[in-house]
Each structure stands twice: as C-alpha cells, then as structure tokens.
Design a protein around this ligand. Structure first.
Ligand code: ADP
Length: 272
C-alpha cells in the first residue's frame, strides 16, 4: 500500500492499492483509499477538460482578432477597412467578456457570494416576457414557439437571475430545433407549493450518455464546438435553480427532442 501510495503521489493517478479478501480494517482502508482516488481522478480529468475547453474557446476569438488586425495593418488602405477591423474586434471582445462574466456569475451563484436581490417575482410575467423576446428568433428559424400553458406563479427570488434561467432554456430549445419544429414553454403552480417550469422541444435531442454532462461548465455535446455558444448556459441555469433551492433535469431522445424541467418548492424558500 505504501509503495502504491508513493507512486500515486508521484503522479500516476490510475494506480490503485491492492485489496485482499480478508475484509479486515486494512482492506477497508484500501477500499476507501481507492474510492477516494476514483473521485480525485474524476475531478482531475474534469479540470483538464475544462482547461482544454477554455483554451479552445479563448483561442478562436483571439486568433480572429489578431488576424483581422494583421490584415488591416498590412493591406488596409482605407479608413473603412480600419473601422471594420475595430467593429469586428469589439464584437469578438464582447463575446469574450460575456463568457467571462457568465463564468463569474456561475461561481458567485454557486458559492452564494453574489448578491441575490430577492423579491416576490412574478414567474408568469418572466415566462411570457421570454416568449415574447424569443418569438422573432423562433420565427426567423421557422420554429413554432408556444407559451399557451402558463399558470400564475410567484416565487421569492432574484428576478434577473430567474429571467436568465428561463432565457437560457428557451434560447437553447430554439437553437437546437430545426425549422418546422416546435418549442413549448409551460409553467404550473401545484397545490403543494411546487412550481414546475418545462421547456419542451422537438429538436436534435441529446444522447443518453451525454445527458449527465450537459449541466457541467463548458460541456458541449458537439465535440467540434462549431456552433455558437460556450457551454455555460445550462451550468448557469443549474446554479440559479439551486440558489433558489430548486432542481433542474433533462429527459431527451437523440433525434426526437428534449424536455428541460425546473422544479421550485416555493414553501422551502426563506424570505429575508
Ligand atoms: P451552449 O452555449 O453550447 O448551448 P449550454 O450549457 O446551454 O451551452 O448547453 C450545453 C450543451 O447541451 C449544448 O452545447 C448542446 O450540445 C446541449 N443542449 C442544450 N440544450 C439542448 C437542447 N434543447 N437540445 C439539444 N441539445 C441541447
């Protein structure tokens, strides 16, 4: 055990200490030690993946900014070309800032250090406003966005975070649904104080193996990461739901569509 532990601390996280079948205290220690190593290995792999994804997501816009600046310097002859370069740099920087701000928002919401400005929030209004806001995007894509099943519900929470949660789910549903598909947003207030927000789409769906990962930071089902997005929307949605003592989960079938559900228990939320 000591030899294995030494080689693990020297960097080989795949190794495990041998467990005998005696079931005595040493065996129990070895089993616990191995379980701890499994967890550490899982976390380290996760951190490496996040690092790779961040590097990828930062590299592409920075390369584009550099490329545009280089072209403007070497070939730019007119004021218009310099203006175009400045405009595209601003757009790329805004995208990067948006990504960094979302990362900070997730960390703050998860750690509970961000200031949650809690009031009695009209969730019905938030859902209806989101549908109105996203209607033009849905129409442009030929997706039918329907918000007909929205009941009256109030939740004591942070309005701007709750708006962000609803917007992220509706945005994704439209983004991952093809023309002629449908997105249904509904809100139900149950007698037991439970509030259920559901966003159903008939889009591309998510493979079962990938479903547990979609709420992880920077995770995207498309490994080429070629579509717009940073893989932070669902991670933020989860941290917002949890900051309101809520839960979020997904049910999906690849090629058929997805159902994202957020459950709040309004009786559990403390008022201050
Ligand atoms: P992104 O900015 O990439 O959309 P999210 O955190 O919002 O990041 O989502 C993570 C990944 O989950 C997405 O990249 C996408 O692959 C998958 N996903 C999220 N919502 C849906 C949906 N409604 N239908 C299919 N796939 C989805």
């Amino acid at each position: 055990m000591t030899r294995t532990a030494r080689s693990i601390s020297a960097g080989s996280l795949e190794e495990r200490v041998p467990v005998n079948t005696r079931g005595d205290e040493i065996d129990q220690l070895a089993t616990t030690f191995n379980a701890m190593l499994d967890r550490i290995q899982h976390l380290v792999v996760g951190i490496q993946e996040i690092g790779d994804n961040v590097a990828h997501d930062l590299k592409s816009p920075l390369t584009r900014i550099r490329g545009a600046a280089e072209i403007a310097l070497t070939t730019g002859k007119s004021m218009l070309e310099f203006e175009q370069m400045a405009a595209s740099s601003i757009e790329e920087c805004d995208h990067l800032l948006d990504m960094i701000n979302t990362m900070l928002m997730i960390s703050q919401t998860e750690a509970g250090v961000g200031e949650l400005v809690k009031t009695d929030v009209d969730l019905t209004q938030i859902v209806n406003d989101a549908c109105e806001l996203f209607q033009p995007m849905a129409t442009d894509k030929g997706v039918h966005l329907v918000c007909s099943d929205v009941e009256a519900a109030t939740l004591h929470g942070d309005m701007s975070l709750l708006q962000r949660l609803v917007a992220n789910l509706v945005d994704n549903a439209i983004k991952y649904t093809q023309a002629d598909g449908r997105v249904d947003v509904s809100l139900h207030a149950k007698k037991n104080h439970e509030i259920v927000l559901t966003v159903v789409d008939t889009g591309i769906g998510i493979l079962e193996v990938k479903q547990p990962h979609v709420f992880e930071r920077f995770y995207r089902c498309d490994p080429s990461r070629s579509t717009a997005g940073a893989g932070l929307g669902l991670s933020l949605a989860k941290s917002i739901a949890e900051a309101h003592q809520g839960r979020i989960h997904v049910e999906s079938r690849a090629g058929e569509g997805s159902v994202f559900t957020v459950l709040f228990d309004s009786a559990k939320i403390t008022k201050w």
